[in-house]
Design a protein around this ligand. Structure first.
Ligand code: F6P
Length: 740
C-alpha cells in the first residue's frame, strides 16, 4: 500500500501539473481556430452580400439595408453587421451594433485580421471586409461576431481534457503499480533466494545460480545483516554465566518479551489419586528434567497431554493449571486424549513405531495404519491448542520430541509467522533405517515446518541431512546447516541438552556422608559396602540387562567383590501396556533374580532392583550415597542421568561409567567409556571404577562438572532462543526491505 501511494501520489501531482499548464494552451488554440473560422465566414458573407448591398445602396433606402442585415444576423454567431459608407461618412447597422464602435476606429483596425471588443454578451469579434464598386472602395462591411459560443466550447473542451487526464492518470498509475509490484516481488524473491544462497528459477523455467543484476544488492544486504547481527549479538556465549536470569533477559531484550509456548506429550506435573488423596508427581523424563527449569525461568505456557488420574479435577475451566505447586510461575494447558487416541498415537505409532525405529536397539518397529491415523489426529489436536494458546500471530513455540513430528508443519500452516523450534530428544537413524517407515515423507515434511530443528549431536544432524537428501526433493546445505524445502528454510543444529546447574539446593542439602549412611542403613547393608547405581525408565534401550550381565561377569572374574559390592537399579515403570515393555520387565526381573541366586546369599544381593517411581530427592540421595554410576544405554539421544550424577557429586568422589552410544559420551570423555554390548569390557570398567584412586576420581569429576556447569540447560535453551532471535531479526530486515 505504502509502495502504491509512493507511486501514485507523484504521478498524480505530475498529471495535475500537466493539466494546468496544458489547458490554457488548449484554450488559446481553440480560440485561434474559431477566430480564423469566423474571419473566413465573414469573407464568405461579404462576398455574398456585396451584390444585394450595392443594389440596396443604389435604391438609397437605409431601412432596406438594415432589414437585410437583420435577416443575416439570424445566425446565432453573427451578432451585428454594419456598413460604413465612405462617401457619406455614415454607419448603416443593425440595432445590435456596439455603440462605441465608430467607423473611424474601424478604419484603424481595418488591417487587423480580428479584434476583440467588450460587449454586453461577453466577448465579441470584429471582422472588416472592404466593399468595392467599379474598382473603387465605397465602404466597408463590419461583422461583429458573438464569441460566447467559443467560450462555451472552450469550457466543454477543458472539461473533456480534465476528465481525460484523470482517466489517463488512473490507467497509468494502475499499470505502473502492477508492474512495480510484479517486478518488486520478483526482485524480493530473487534477493531472498540469493541471500539464502539458493538457485533462482528464471521465468523460462531455467535454473541459474547467478542473477547478476541482484548479486550486488544481495551482497550489500548480506553485509548489512551481518553488521546488524554483530551489533545486536548480545554477548559472547562463552563469557556468560548461564542462569535463569540470563534466559529471562534474552527473552526480554532479544525476543521483545514474547511469550514462550512449550508443547510436549509428557507434562511436567502429573496429578494422581492415591488412597483417596490427590498427589503431584514429577515424571521420570529427561525432557521434563531439562525443560522444567526453563519454564520456571521464562514463564509461558506448557501444552501437554493430561495423563494423570486427577488431572481433570485440578485444572480450571480452560484446562489450565499454574505450577510448580509450591511456587506457581508458569502454566500447564492440559489436552485430553481418548483411550483410542492415546493407544494409537502414544503407545502405537510413537512408541512401537518411531521409538524402536530411531533407537537402534534391535527391537523391530511396528507400523499400523490405524496408529498413524491417530498420530495425525492427535498432532492436529495439539496444533489447535497451540493456536488457541498463542496470544500473537508470531509466537515462539518449542515443540518437543518424536510424538509431535507433524506438529511443526501444522503450526506453520496456521501461524505462518511463528518461530518454531523443534527439538528431537532421541537419536536420528541413518536413511536406510528411517526409510522403512511407511510415512517417512510425511514425518520429514512435518519436521521441516520448523524454523529450527535441534538434535543432541552432530552425528544425528548428519543422519537427518542424509535422510532428507535421500527421501525428499529438498536442498540440503551442509555448510550453513540449513534445509530449504517447499519455499521454507529450516536450520538444523546441534544443541546438546543438559541439566539445571547448580542443581536445586534441596537435592544436595543432605551431606554426602549422611546420604551414604542412610542409603546403606535403609538397605540393611554394612557402612563400607560398595555400591553401584543405575536409574532409568524401564526401557529396552537403556541396556539394563547388559548392565546386570556386566555385574555378573565382574563377580565371576573378580570374586573379591562378592558380598562387598551390590548394584542398585531403580527402574521407573514406563509404557507398561506395550508388549515389548512387559516382556522386558520380565527379563529384567528374571536376570536380576538369576544373578542374585547365583552370587547372593542371605543378607547379600548383588542386584538390588527397585521397579518403582522415585522422586528427584530420593534419586539424588542415591547419586550422593553410591560409589559409581553406570549408564549403559544401547542408544540414547543424550542421557541426563550421567549429568545428574556428576552434578550431585559436589564432594568430587564417585566414578561414572558411560555407554559410548549416548550423546553424553561425546561431551564427557573423562568418564569410563564402554560398549554395553561388550560385557567383559563393562565388567572390567566396573572393576577399574571400584579400584580407582580418590585423586583420579576427583580429577575426572572436576573436569566433567566444569563442563556441565558451563554447558547447563540454560545455555541449551539460550542458544536456541538466541538463534531464534537472530532468525526473527533477519526476517524483519528482509520484511522491511521488501516493504521499501
Ligand atoms: O528420550 C525421549 C523421551 O521423550 C525423553 O525425553 C523422556 O525422558 C522419555 O522419552 C519419556 O518417555 P515417556 O514420556 O514415554 O514416559
Amino acid at each position: 500500500m505504502r509502495l502504491s501511494l509512493r507511486f501514485i501520489l507523484p504521478l498524480a501531482a505530475v498529471l495535475v501539473l500537466i493539466a494546468y499548464s496544458v489547458l490554457p494552451l488548449v484554450d488559446k488554440l481553440i480560440e485561434r481556430w474559431f477566430i480564423r473560422d469566423l474571419d473566413m465566414r465573414s469573407a464568405v458573407i461579404a462576398n455574398s452580400v456585396r451584390e444585394p448591398l450595392l443594389e440596396r445602396l443604389g435604391s438609397g433606402s437605409n431601412a432596406r439595408i438594415v432589414n437585410y442585415f437583420n435577416r443575416i444576423t439570424q445566425d446565432e454567431r453573427l451578432f451585428a453587421i454594419g456598413f460604413c459608407d465612405v462617401a457619406k461618412g455614415e454607419l448603416i447597422a443593425t440595432k445590435t451594433f456596439p455603440k462605441d464602435l465608430k467607423c473611424n476606429d474601424i478604419t484603424a483596425v481595418e488591417n487587423l485580421p480580428a479584434r476583440m471588443l467588450s460587449g454586453k454578451r461577453g466577448m465579441l469579434h470584429v471582422t472588416v471586409e472592404p466593399i468595392e464598386a467599379e474598382g473603387s472602395r465605397i465602404g466597408k462591411l463590419v461583422f461583429v461576431h458573438d464569441m460566447s459560443f467559443i467560450q462555451r466550447r472552450s469550457a466543454e473542451t477543458r472539461k473533456f481534457f480534465f476528465y481525460f487526464f484523470i482517466a489517463l492518470g488512473c490507467i497509468v498509475s494502475l499499470i505502473t503499480v502492477v508492474i512495480a509490484h510484479m517486478s518488486r516481488r520478483g526482485w524480493v524473491e530473487g534477493t531472498r533466494a540469493l541471500l539464502r544462497g539458493e538457485i533462482i528459477r528464471r521465468p523460462g523455467g531455467k535454473k541459474t545460480a547467478t542473477t547478476p543484476e541482484l548479486q550486488p544488492i544481495a551482497r550489500d544486504l548480506r553485509m548489512l545483516i551481518r553488521e546488524l547481527e554483530t551489533e545486536y549479538r548480545p554477548r559472547d556465549e562463552n563469557q556468560v554465566t548461564w542462569t535463569p536470569e540470563t534466559l529471562r533477559s534474552i527473552l526480554k531484550t532479544e525476543l521483545r518479551g514474547e511469550e514462550i509456548l512449550v508443547v510436549s506429550n509428557r507434562e511436567p506435573y502429573i496429578h494422581v489419586k492415591r488412597d483417596g488423596r490427590i498427589e503431584v508427581q514429577r515424571p521420570a523424563s529427561g525432557l521434563v528434567t531439562a525443560l522444567e527449569p526453563i519454564m520456571r525461568a521464562c514463564s509461558g505456557t506448557w501444552i501437554a497431554h493430561g495423563a494423570g488420574s486427577a488431572d481433570r479435577e485440578t485444572v480450571d475451566s480452560n484446562d489450565r493449571i499454574m505450577v510448580p505447586p509450591e511456587h506457581p510461575s508458569y502454566r500447564i494447558r492440559r489436552l485430553w486424549l481418548s483411550t483410542k487416541e492415546e493407544q494409537g498415537y502414544y503407545y502405537g505409532f510413537a512408541n512401537e513405531g518411531l521409538w524402536p525405529l530411531c533407537h537402534i536397539a534391535h527391537v523391530r518397529p511396528t507400523f499400523r495404519a490405524a496408529d498413524w491415523e491417530q498420530y495425525e489426529a492427535v498432532n492436529r489436536k495439539f496444533a489447535e491448542a497451540v493456536v488457541d494458546e498463542s496470544g500473537t500471530d508470531s509466537p515462539i513455540v518449542l515443540v518437543q520430541d518424536y510424538h509431535l513430528a507433524l506438529l511443526p508443519r501444522m503450526i506453520r500452516n496456521r501461524l505462518p509467522n511463528a518461530t518454531i523450534i523443534t527439538f528431537w530428544h532421541i537419536p536420528w537413524p541413518n536413511p536406510e533405517s528411517f526409510g522403512i517407515c511407511p510415512w517417512r515423507a510425511q514425518l520429514l515434511d512435518g519436521l521441516l515446518g520448523s524454523s529450527i530443528l535441534g538434535f543432541h549431536t552432530q552425528f544425528h544432524c548428519n543422519n537427518f541431512f542424509d535422510t532428507v537428501d535421500r527421501l525428499l526433493e529438498a536442498r540440503v546445505d551442509r555448510e550453513t546447516f540449513t534445509i530449504s524445502y517447499g519455499g521454507l528454510q529450516t536450520a538444523v543444529h546441534r544443541y546438546p541438552i543438559s541439566i539445571d546447574w547448580p542443581p536445586a539446593a534441596e537435592f544436595t542439602a543432605k551431606p554426602v556422608e549422611t546420604c551414604r549412611t542412610d542409603v546403606r542403613e535403609r538397605l540393611g547393608l554394612p557402612p563400607d559396602h560398595v555400591l553401584g547405581f543405575g536409574v532409568d525408565r524401564l526401557d529396552y534401550t537403556k541396556g539394563i540387562l547388559e548392565r546386570f550381565m556386566a555385574v555378573e561377569r565382574l563377580l565371576e572374574l573378580q570374586p573379591e567383590w562378592r558380598g562387598r559390592f551390590s548394584f542398585i537399579q531403580i527402574a521407573a515403570p514406563s509404557r507398561s501396556s506395550i508388549g515389548q515393555y512387559k516382556e522386558f520387565q520380565v527379563q529384567v526381573r528374571d536376570t536380576a533374580a538369576r544373578i542374585n541366586e547365583r552370587f547372593g546369599n542371605e543378607g547379600y544381593l548383588p542386584i538390588i532392583l527397585k521397579i518403582e517411581h522415585h522422586e528427584h530427592e530420593a534419586v539424588y540421595e542415591y547419586y550422593r550415597g553410591v560409589d559409581l554410576c553406570f549408564v549403559s544405554s544401547l542408544h540414547d539421544g543424550m542421557n541426563l542421568v550421567a549429568k545428574e550424577f556428576l552434578a550431585a557429586r559436589d564432594d568430587g568422589r564417585g566414578v561414572l561409567i558411560l555407554s559410548q552410544f549416548t550423546g553424553a559420551s561425546r561431551e564427557l570423555p573423562e568418564a569410563l567409556i564402554v560398549n554395553p554390548y561388550d560385557i567383559d569390557q563393562c565388567a572390567a570398567a566396573l572393576h577399574v571404577a571400584l579400584t580407582m584412586p580418590t585423586v583420579e576420581q576427583r580429577d575426572r569429576i572436576r573436569v566433567m562438572r566444569g563442563l556441565i556447569s558451563e554447558f547447563n540447560v540454560y545455555r541449551w535453551a539460550g542458544r536456541m532462543l538466541l538463534d531464534a532471535a537472530t532468525m526473527r531479526r533477519r526476517g524483519r530486515i528482509l520484511e522491511r526491505s521488501s516493504a521499501e
